[in-house]
Design a protein. Structure first.
Length: 760
């Protein structure tokens, strides 16, 4: 009961009440008898016995007896109610569901119909104005197509003339129209009277019958419109609104703030409108104008958007006067427009056209997911055969494993300090050592123990900076040049020609794969130390002993199984001469500070086509390398580079792998290269995805490799798109060429396999 409520009904006192009332009389102080429990206030009863006894607190008593306390209590209740109401309202209004529902309502009731009206207005302007002609003329002018420009100019003039004549017709027409109306009316009356006369003669009606019938019909129409006009109006308006809503909903441009939830914030899939809007807002005027003036709002620039790994991919054909490089230079802006970070946006410019670019956009945060462990850490991994296997360095951003062919390739890996260069480089050398036939000469010019696990495995191990070590490293390079020359001589003396094969390079053959590795190589080329035998060690000219030796190795060592692997911090012209940089076939870079350093690390071609180690995040993308593998690896779609998240192998784990490599060498009997036989037809049938009609040959090669695993030699590094096509031709599987790419037909694969199975 509220404190101000009263119960006017007299209540019958119970025995206990009476007993109590007999002890406590009104006006009597009861303090003494009740001090232990509570203060008893006598209720203001004027006469008669107490009808009820109740224990109340001081506050309750005030509420029962004081008007002011009751008013204060009421106000407090109002305040609490108001605060609760405000809180509930705020929660409800700011709740995600309310926002979504609000956006849904506004989108469907306002944004779509208005957008649809915009489309109709644009179409109307196009149909009735000169804007279409002007747009086409501007486009032709941009394309430099003068014939088309003149043609559209002529059409524009003709259309303007036609429109002028129509306007003049309207000026002249009122008198003509009035005359015509009068003539038609008189004619109609005469006709109806004639008809009436015939009917009257025939005794079938009155003379004015037909005229009366026409008047009745007109009266009925007026009545119908007056009676049902409201329905017609509402029906027509609803149909019109539905038409505008549908037009607005299906146009490719986003409705901005009103857009459905999947196209703002944490975007998972790309939609054409998002890509077009992101391109439009890049700040390239020509691109923006081309999109705005396009009847399709720029959607025609895009191919179908497809899922690829943990992201989506789309091919973009830019309008004339816009180049892929212009867009790639605005990587950060584009990434921001797509609600992504720069490293989550990958470009591959088509080798065939400056205006074609493939854009891959990672799902938000997908590139920060944990990588699987390196296969090298599996205690059962190895021994490897570098003639057969590829090095499982990591996975590319699209989630495909990257296997690097390191045989007869020189390699350069660069990166800013503390980005994981040593770890990424060391995993390569660990893998090489898991082939018992590989030999290693190693110089670590930092000497912090990062490479000490190779003691016992490396025939030469130099650790530490300082003049002595620079001299020793320079000697090591020159010794490698001498070894190279000796191998050539021996090979010639043996009367052999052509490549050195696996059988020729077994341990003890003298042609074992030799890997000459220098970590922190920039110190060597940047040093100002003179060799005791004369000449500078560092420098970038012809006088530099180290640079001369490196160049000689790059030029000729590959063919005789001598490899040069360099790992360098921030390369500059001073510490990594161009003649040394350019000789490496495989080039890779971790995060570097600027595009110009990226160019030194990876070369102009890779950066020009979109490779961007400078777009990686310092510290966050440790171990992520942008790889330009040259011809050592078939990249899908003929790409020049890929981004690899390398598997991390810690220093302790590196010791375990090195121990395993040592054990393999102890029982060095070269294992036979036995490969399980696989069936290409079955494998091809397995790698086509449901609904795929045809797939590029190089994509199939990647998929087959993934299917068979890194140890299956037949799908190893020599298994290229060309090889696959040859095998398909032998099996009579249909291959087609389109836009410069080769495609294998899935239908043909299944048909050939079905025929084979039936004949078996
Ligand atoms: N792939 C990786 N994932 C996570 N952390 C890594 C990865 N690679 C390296 N790191 C960590 O980054 C730190 C630096 O690694 P590393 O020594 O390999 O870098 P660096 O580029 O060689 O540095 P510096 O050139 O200064 O020697 C190490 O503490 C290592 O634990």
């Amino acid at each position: 009961m509220a404190p101000t409520d009263h119960d006017d009904e007299p209540t019958t006192p119970t025995g206990a009440d009476l007993h109590e009332s007999s002890r406590v009389q009104p006006g009597e102080s009861t303090t003494e008898s009740t001090t232990e429990l509570a203060t008893v206030h006598p209720l203001p009863v004027t006469s008669g016995p107490a009808i009820e006894g109740e224990l109340v607190s001081e506050e309750e008593w005030r509420l029962l007896t004081s008007q002011r306390a009751q008013a204060a209590w009421r106000y407090q209740q109002y305040r609490e109610n108001a605060v609760a109401l405000a809180r509930v309202t705020r929660t409800a209004v700011t709740h995600d569901r309310t926002k979504r529902a609000g956006k849904f309502l506004l989108r469907n009731s306002v944004a779509y119909p208005f957008a649809g009206a915009g489309v109709v207005a644009k179409r109307w302007r196009d149909m009735h104005g000169a804007s279409r002609y002007e747009r086409m003329m501007r486009q032709a002018e941009r394309d430099g197509n003068h014939d088309r420009l003149l043609e559209w100019e002529a059409r524009d003039v003709a259309e303007k003339q036609r429109r002028h004549e129509r306007v003049m017709d309207w000026v002249r027409s009122p008198i003509v129209l009035a005359k015509a109306a009068l003539l038609y009316s008189v004619g109609a009356v005469v006709l109806l009277l004639t008809l009436g006369f015939i009917l009257w003669i025939a005794g079938k009606g009155s003379m004015l019958g037909p005229i009366e019938a026409i008047v009745d019909a007109i009266a009925f129409c007026i009545w119908f419109v007056m009676a049902y006009g409201a329905f017609l109006l509402v029906g027509g308006s609803v149909a019109m609104l539905a038409y505008l809503w549908n037009l607005g909903r299906t146009r490719p441009q986003s409705t901005g703030w009103f857009a459905p939830p999947e196209v703002v914030g944490e975007v998972v899939n790309l939609t054409p409108s998002i890509v077009v809007a992101a391109l439009r807002d890049l700040g390239i005027r020509v691109l923006r104008d081309a999109i705005k003036s396009d009847a399709d709002f720029g959607a025609r620039m895009l191919s179908m958007i497809t899922r690829y790994g943990p992201g989506s991919q789309v091919e973009i054909t830019l309008p004339p006067q816009v180049t892929a490089s212009q867009v790639m230079n605005l990587r950060e802006t584009l990434a921001g427009n797509l609600d992504r970070k720069a490293h989550e946006v990958q470009f591959e410019r088509s080798p065939d056209s400056e205006r074609q670019v493939t854009l891959w956009v990672a799902d938000s945060g997908a590139l920060d997911r944990k990588l699987p462990d390196s296969p090298l850490l599996d205690p059962d991994f190895g021994p490897v055969d570098i003639y057969r296997d590829t090095m499982p360095w990591g996975v590319d951003v699209k989630g495909d494993p990257v296997g690097l062919n390191l045989l007869q390739q020189h390699l350069l890996l660069c990166g800013l300090s503390k980005q994981g260069k040593t770890a990424a480089a060391r995993s390569l050398v660990l893998w090489l050592m898991l082939d018992p036939s590989s030999r290693l000469w190693l110089a670590d010019l930092k000497g912090f123990g990062d490479w000490s696990m190779f003691e016992g495995l490396a025939e030469i191990l130099i650790e530490g900076a300082g003049a002595e070590n620079f001299i020793a490293t320079s000697d090591m390079l020159e010794a490698a040049v001498a070894e190279m020359a000796a191998r050539y001589e021996r090979w010639r003396a043996m009367g052999r020609k052509g490549d050195i094969g696996r059988e020729d390079s077994l341990p003890g053959s003298g042609f074992e794969p030799l890997f000459v590795v220098v970590d922190e190589v920039q110190k060597l080329f940047g040093c100002a130390v003179e060799h005791p035998d004369g000449g500078d060690i560092g420098g970038n000219g012809k006088k530099s002993r180290a640079a001369r030796a490196a160049q000689a190795l790059h030029d000729q060592a590959r063919a005789v199984n001598v490899h040069f692997l360099e790992f360098s911090q921030n390369p500059t012209n001073a510490n990594l001469p161009a003649i040394v940089r350019e000789g490496a076939m495989i080039r890779a870079s971790l995060y570097v500070g600027t595009e110009s350093i990226a160019r030194m690390a990876l070369g102009e071609a890779a950066v020009d086509t979109g490779a961007a180690p400078h777009a990686l995040r310092a510290g966050l993308d440790r171990g992520t390398v942008v790889l330009a593998p040259g011809e050592s690896m078939d990249l899908p779609n003929g790409a020049t580079h890929t981004t690899v998240r390398t598997h991390f192998i810690s220093t302790e784990q590196a010791y375990d792998v090195a121990e395993r490599a040592t054990a393999f060498r102890q029982n060095v009997a070269q294992r036979a290269v036995v490969a399980d036989e696989r069936d290409l037809l079955d494998d091809l049938a397995a790698v086509f995805e449901i609904g795929e009609d045809q797939v590029k040959d190089t994509d199939l090669v990647s998929r087959l490799r993934k299917l068979a695993g890194p140890n299956y030699a037949s799908y190893g590094k020599r298994f290229t798109g060309t090889r696959l096509r040859d095998l398909c031709s032998e099996l009579e599987i249909e291959i087609k060429r389109r836009n410069g790419y080769w495609y294998v037909s899935s239908h043909s694969v299944f048909t050939v396999r079905g025929a084979r199975d039936a004949s078996e």
